[in-house]
Design a protein around this ligand. Structure first.
Ligand SMILES: C[S@@+](CC[C@H](N)C(=O)[O-])C[C@H]1O[C@@H](n2cnc3c(N)ncnc32)[C@H](O)[C@@H]1O
Length: 353
């Protein structure tokens, strides 16, 4: 079944990708390192699947969240739109759960080809139709509009990958009025953390290197892994505050103008010590009951067999604190600045209050 994909990639390589492919074909095979199944496939797709998709497919709790939510809706007999289909996992789930049709929309032509192959491999090509392209450029006839929109297009920050704009376009143009949206909503969280290990990893202490501290980034949320960073990998993480919900969205109704560009919170400090970072995570809920949840908070992944997979593809964001030294006060001020497009990075900083 991999043959059509292989052919497609050989045919679609740009000249810059050809040199990478030559490297795979000429160098690695000679060193007996490149398995037969990878020969001739563009490195761009191989890297993307390894960096972005494999860990999320291994996040069985994430996958169960979508399966259970679709089963509960139910999607049986419904027209489903999989917004940002990626590998097509959610499309396959919807089809297996009895959806009458699934439209898998994926902006990456390479990934759209993977979804098509996967639908054929699972003998579900009569249910799953694949559209390669960004959803915002798609329009559908009334009869083809979806009853259910299902989507997992979240980044380390909830709105980082532009999901709100995609939901708005999809609910207004690609779905019937009142269509179910999964997940129904979500919240972006921020929490203050103390960790000597994180502090030392984020600053240059050697006297000859102290000038490097000038460039220490205390102004924006950062991700140290391909996904985020893992609080659970710190040996001495200590939460200095509760989780603060800095923004909340309802995917069926929210618009970017509903999200304040700037919010300020007074945060109670729970422990003596130094606040080293603001850590970001998010949570989405399947429906308005908020009983079925998917979260990137370190507490929810700790000790779970799927926790490493979740940290590898999402993890948390962190922003080192801008106030240096001294014990934290009993309360702190947390500023949350949402990027004006509603989709970009956020920044926040604790100060003595
Ligand atoms: C985080 S991956 C998730 C893939 C898949 N939904 C899953 O759950 O395994 C998000 C995918 O959505 C695609 N994507 C995001 N926004 C999109 C949009 N508005 N239209 C089409 N594709 C989109 C990205 O290219 C990426 O492949």
């Amino acid at each position: 079944m991999a043959e059509p994909l292989l052919k497609r990639h050989k045919a679609s390589n740009s000249s810059s990708e050809v040199s990478e492919d030559e490297e795979v074909q000429d160098v690695l095979p000679r060193a007996s390192l490149c398995p037969q199944r990878l020969r001739g496939i563009g490195m761009k797709l191989v890297n993307r699947i390894n960096d972005d998709y494999l860990a999320m497919l291994r996040d069985v709790h994430r996958n169960d969240f979508y399966w259970t939510a679709m089963e509960k809706l139910p999607v049986r007999g419904q027209r489903v739109l999989d917004l940002g289909a990626g590998t097509g996992l959610l499309s396959l789930m919807a089809a297996k759960l009895g959806a009458s049709s699934v439209l898998a929309v994926e902006e990456s032509a390479d990934m759209a080809a993977v979804v098509k192959t996967s639908a054929e491999h699972n003998r579900l090509q009569h249910i799953i139709d694949v559209h390669a392209g960004h959803s915002a450029l798609l329009s559908l006839a009334e009869k083809d509009k979806a009853d259910v929109i299902v989507s997992e297009t979240f980044g380390v920050l909830l709105l980082q990958e532009g999901c709100l704009k995609s939901f708005i376009h999809a609910r207004e143009n690609l779905a019937k009025p009142g269509a179910s949206i999964l997940p129904a909503g979500g919240a972006q969280h921020a929490r203050l953390l103390a960790s000597t290990a994180l502090r030392s990893a984020c600053s240059a202490l050697d006297p000859e290197m102290l000038h490097v501290n000038t460039f220490r980034d205390a102004g924006q949320v950062r991700f140290s892994l391909p996904g985020g960073f893992s609080v659970n990998s710190l040996p001495d993480a200590c939460w200095m505050s509760d989780n603060i919900s800095v923004l909340e969205v309802d995917f069926a109704s929210s618009r970017p103008s509903d999200i304040p560009s700037s919010r300020h919170f007074r945060v109670q400090i729970l422990e003596d010590g130094i606040v080293d970072a603001v850590v970001t995570s998010w949570e989405v809920w399947a429906d308005k009951d908020r009983t079925l949840l998917l979260s990137t908070a370190a507490d929810s992944t700790k000790g779970q067999p799927w926790g490493f997979a979740r940290d590898a593809h999402w993890g948390q964001g962190f922003q080192v604190r801008s106030c240096r030294g001294g014990a934290a006060a009993r309360s702190a001020r947390l500023d949350w600045n949402q990027a004006s497009r509603g989709t970009g990075r956020c920044c926040s900083s604790p100060c003595r209050g």
